[in-house]
Design a protein around this ligand. Structure first.
Ligand code: FAD
Length: 393
């Protein structure tokens, strides 16, 4: 593989955030090097693979990586700690992806757009000059390279080191880290047109357990618990307790684990010569833990700002911080609200959750909306009203 000594943009990490950034930078005529440390883009998969269709449609019409499409009026079921079920009235559409194919195809798209995509390219450090990031050091085929670029985009996921190397404080609070574990199970009895969410201190304290069907008798079954809880009882033990009771006949065909930062976007996501996107910038939805679409949105904004900055011959944080601002408008503000709501949800005791679910179940289906759930929580838990101003601040 031949590398140029200088690129417009070097991207560390070939997940959805990095691939979209690479694709869109290349489409804008920039020279791009995308470095992914694994031997294949798209593996290993560490994901529940669920996305909202609206977010996906912002990027593609294609759908061959969708293994299961949940059209309007598919069921979303909440299962309270005492087993009461509540089918939610909602208008959304969702999909479960095959991320192996999805991420791989995003990598292909980046390459077809003109980016140089390199697997087994492990970024090991940043090159810096006069308080600017001016490139990366990376390993490939047993050799070390020092390659310059006008801008580096750190898209290296939850374990991001690029941000730290750039001097950003990327350490999340322990209770904002969800430790997640998931089994893809087959031979289990699941309703294929329904996404299930289980709640309760014994099932997934501080988080939730998901059952996302991928097809006939097959589903991603996973959960997340925060870092404080998982110190005492590992997420895997919670999942084993659940699957042994609920799906004892099933087979685990894939098991995966990983962390998700369910916090707020980092205060600063750009410095001179560098931007951070996706999980590396803590851009996931704090309630759902979903980060695929957000990473892609961030990658798109970063590409646009990179192009503006390079055209204007100024890659200082004065220009790159436009990325911070645009992200905040596009998604960061909403994520801030999700973070506050997450705090409210976490403070709800099982008894309250049971009684709200029972009460909402007595309402006609049309009234069983997320907004009504939230209203009932506030009615039963008036102290939480004090938190509301934060939502609008
Ligand atoms: C168990 C689990 C379930 C989840 N379920 C969902 C879900 O259902 N829906 C959803 O939307 N989100 C889900 N997420 C979150 C989602 O996977 C991430 O938010 C999303 O992948 C973020 O994309 P990204 O591009 O920022 O990072 P990633 O997809 O993590 O990609 C980062 C890439 O950078 C590479 N890399 C890291 N360091 C280096 C380096 N030094 N040099 C070169 N390459 C490097 C990594 O190998 C990786 O390929 C889940 C996460 C977990 C752990």
């Amino acid at each position: 593989m031949i590398f140029k000594s200088n690129y417009d943009v070097i991207i560390a990490g070939g997940g959805p955030g990095g691939c979209i950034a690479a694709k869109e930078c290349a489409e804008k005529g920039l020279s791009v090097l995308l470095l992914e440390r694994h031997r294949e883009i798209g593996t290993p998969v560490r994901c529940g693979e669920a996305v909202g269709i609206a977010g996906l449609l912002e990027f593609f019409d294609e759908s061959h990586w969708i293994v299961k499409r949940y059209r309007k009026k598919y069921k979303i079921r909440f299962i309270a700690p005492n087993g009461t079920v509540l089918d939610l009235n909602h208008e959304s559409e969702a999909a479960v992806l095959d991320r192996k194919i999805f991420d791989y195809e995003l990598g292909l798209m980046a390459a077809k757009s003109g980016a140089q995509v390199v697997t087994l390219g492990n970024v090991t450090g940043l090159l810096k000059e006069n308080d600017f990031v001016v490139g990366v050091e990376f390993e490939h085929s047993g050799k070390t390279f020092k390659t310059r670029s006008k801008i580096v985009i750190g898209a290296d996921g939850i374990e991001s080191r690029v941000g730290r190397w750039a001097g950003l404080n990327t350490t999340p609070k322990l209770n904002d880290i969800e430790s997640c574990v998931q089994y893809t199970m087959s031979g289990i009895n699941v309703e294929s047109d329904r996404l299930d969410f289980y709640f309760g201190k014994n099932i997934a304290p501080t988080g939730y357990l998901w059952v996302f069907p991928k097809g006939e008798n097959t589903a991603n079954v996973g959960l997340g618990v925060n870092g404080v809880i998982s110190k005492n009882k590992k997420a895997k033990l919670y999942l084993d307790d659940f699957t042994e009771k609920k799906f004892s006949q099933g087979s685990v065909v894939v098991s995966t684990c990983g962390g998700v930062v369910c916090g707020e976007t980092l205060e600063k996501i750009s410095v001179n010569g560098l931007m951070l996107v996706g999980d590396a910038a803590h851009q996931t939805n704090a309630i759902s833990g979903g980060g695929i679409i957000n990473a892609m949105k961030a990658g798109r904004i970063a590409a646009a700002v990179a192009s503006e900055a390079i055209k204007s011959n100024d890659v200082s944080c004065k220009i790159l911080s436009r990325y911070d601002k645009k992200w905040h408008i596009k998604q960061g503000k909403a994520n801030h609200k999700f973070y506050i709501i997450k705090g409210i949800i976490e403070s709800i005791e099982d008894d309250l959750l049971n009684s709200i679910t029972e009460k909402l179940n007595r309402l006609p289906f049309e009234k069983r909306t997320l907004v009504n759930i939230f209203k009932h929580v506030l009615l039963k838990h008036p102290k939480l009203i004090l938190e509301l101003p934060k939502l609008f601040s």
